[in-house]
Design a protein. Sequence first.
Length: 276
Amino acid sequence: MDMVAVVYAVELLPKGKLHYYADNGEDIKPNDLVLVMSEFGLDVGRVMFGPKELSIEQIGAELKPIIRKLTDEDLKQHEQNLKDAVEAHEICRQKIKEHNLPMKLLYTRYMFDRSRLVFYFSSETRVDFRELVKDLARIFKTRIELRQVGVRDELKFMGGIGLCGLPVCCSRFLREFDSVTLKHAKAQQLMINTAKISGSCRRLLCCLTYEYDFYKEMLEGIPDEGETFVYEGKTCVVQAIDVFKQRVLAISQAEDAMFYVPFSFFRGGGENGSVS
């Protein structure tokens, strides 16, 4: 039997990965601000859902407890940290220009106790930011953390409009990125033109994964375009596949005639012929 724990899902970064924290006995509800220990230290997060029972395997990390809900005094400190982080962001942006560094500053965050100031940035190359860190430490008199993120995370911070005309998924609801490859496009019979199936981040569209399992299931056992099979004693070639009507458009090599063959023929093992 799997071990389970009562946890709350907490958001630390806007639309970022959800982190699970153990129940501390307080009456905590969704949207409450809570004090937790993150990888950078004492931090403030927003409860997204809970309490909920999850197995230790689902949690997948060392489970720490919520320290407490923010008190009125804590909330004043948090609001001041947010305000100061905006100012720190602009100062860091200016320092990046002064040092002529190939960096794009995306987001700035103070830890709750101001023990650390974290700057998130993107760059297409490795950046030597040692002098920048010295300047920032001298100005803010706290520990400075520069965290480089990938192009997909960059778009999550910045936002944008997708090819569908809607705000990009990563800035609305997509908290973690799955691996997306050309196999996802091929399974959905999309034209392999990377310019047309790539997002603003210049990576393959995340939405290619949304319907992939459906297509994979529907096309199981169905021959690909160009493959040959025997149907009613005739050798045929697959011309096109209609997933939604569950049929294959085929051409008979002997008669030069086109006709449809239902998916059931292939899934039934080809009662009147075989697939090659």
